[in-house]
Design a protein around this ligand. Structure first.
Ligand code: ASP
Length: 440
């Protein structure tokens, strides 16, 4: 068994946290390839090293006087970890090089990537593993797009015969050596890429929560942890926001058929959440998760004989496309269709969109409704269970929530419900209550 293990910033924010990580890695010899993030926050008001690096680089670019003080704050963060781990290493040479490159304007992405680079150096020294610079194996093409083929080849070449190694997360390089980063939180992507390229058995992603929760803990106190979720369900629950796992981290492992296990560095005995392609394990509560978001608006369009007018939908959607607006859902009736759109995105272009639709399809009537929320109830268990929808809507009716829209995908994996913003929390509580608390 071989695993890639990725540790997030909060798992590596201090020497204390590093020690926990060391124990986790040493407890299982299949944890062979380690992908570290940069040191994150040690307490809630703290600053992530990545943010300090961006700030430091901006100061260097503008020739500001606080450059030295920010750089020494960053040095201090790493030195504290080195001291706390009682390592005899020094990052002096690396910092000299970084300072020089900052002053020569090596680029913001180079700057940000040093967080992972330096943490990787410490991690390699601490574990006695070989350090492999991600710039050597994670490749971007001339346009700055991630080059999967080249990356896979290089990763295999460099790592295949290594017993173990540390590969810093978040960045790679173009062929000419220019460093590129993924978007924020991108160490998750590196871990997934390395796991996929080496075709390991499992990608463990260690963070500061014990997995995905059935719903948002800001709405429900201590919600249950999801033990197993499929990739598809996870996508449907993407309204949860990318706080646990970067959205783009799914693709490389999914393609290679490798599961992801989300684990908690601060509670390593917890099994966490397994993310898998498919499973015959029944979800504990019929539904796997409930997620949602406020801040949508709906645009209702009515036109007699809409159903017979070929190209009607295309023309409407083309208007959105021309304005660069994406839509969330389009429930429709025989002579009606309703577009659900992010309100802030829509607000900027509303008059152009409305005028554009008038021009394109000449509707009989249009009506805009604002301040709506969408709730997604997701679960592979729905398909096999009767009465799931009845339970959802009975719960909402009892909670006095007016349902504005219902959309069930034909995959029977999700039911999306539109409610007013002010009913959002009540709706989630009611659904959680009926499926998880009372389990009826
Ligand atoms: N350090 C980077 C960030 O803060 C990447 C990561 O942690 O995954 O976004």
């Amino acid at each position: 068994m071989r695993k890639v293990v990725k540790f997030g910033g909060s798992s590596l924010a201090s020497a204390e946290q590093f020690k926990k990580v060391g124990n986790i890695i040493r407890a299982d010899e299949s944890r062979r390839y380690v992908v570290p993030s940069a040191p994150g926050k040690r307490f809630s008001a703290d600053t992530k090293v990545t943010d300090l690096l961006y700030k430091c680089y901006r100061a260097a670019e503008k020739g500001q006087s606080d450059f030295d003080s920010i750089l020494s704050e960053i040095k201090g963060r790493y030195q504290d970890i080195i001291n706390g781990l009682e390592l005899s290493m020094s990052l002096e040479e690396e910092f000299q090089m970084i300072e020089e490159n900052f002053r020569n304007h090596a680029g913001e992405e180079y700057a940000a990537s040093r967080g992972e680079f330096l943490n990787g150096k410490i991690m390699a020294e601490y574990l006695g593993y070989e350090f492999v610079d991600a710039a050597k194996i994670i490749r971007f093409d001339g346009e700055g797009q991630f080059d999967m083929e080249m990356t896979n080849r290089l990763t295999r070449e460099y790592l295949k015969n290594k017993e173990n190694a540390v590969v810093p997360g978040f960045y790679g390089a173009m062929e000419d050596g220019t460093v590129k980063t993924f978007s924020r939180g991108g160490s998750d992507i590196t871990g997934s890429i390395v796991a996929g390229a080496l075709d390991v058995d499992l990608y463990e992603n260690w963070t500061d929560v014990s997995g995905f929760l059935v719903t948002d803990p800001r709405i429900i106190d201590n919600p249950q942890v999801i033990d197993t979720i499929t990739y598809r369900e996870l996508r449907e629950l993407s309204y949860m926001g990318a706080t646990v796992l970067h959205e783009e981290a799914i693709f490389p492992v999914r393609k290679a058929g490798i599961p992801i296990n989300i684990r908690n560095t601060n509670a390593p005995e917890d099994a966490g959440t397994m993310i898998v392609e498919d499973t015959c394990k029944k979800p504990a509560f019929t539904i796997t998760g409930i997620a949602g978001k406020k801040g949508f608006c709906s645009l209702f369009i009515e036109k007699s004989l809409m159903n017979a007018e070929i190209g009607f939908g295309r023309k409407v959607l083309q208007v959105l496309e021309e304005q660069g607006i994406s839509f969330e859902h389009i429930p429709s009736g025989i002579d009606t269709m309703t577009l659900f759109i992010h309100q802030d995105e829509f607000a900027e272009k509303e008059q152009q969109v409305i005028a554009g639709i008038h021009r394109a399809v000449n509707p009989d009537f249009m009506e805009l409704e604002t301040d709506l929320a969408l709730v997604a109830v997701v679960g592979r268990g729905m398909r096999a269970n009767r009465g799931t929808a009845a339970r959802i809507f009975a719960a909402l009716a009892h909670a006095n929530v007016n349902v504005k829209m219902i959309d069930q995908g034909s995959s029977e994996l999700n039911v999306i419900i539109g409610v007013r913003n002010e009913d959002f929390e009540t709706a989630i509580k009611a659904i959680y209550d009926i499926f998880v608390e009372t389990r009826i």
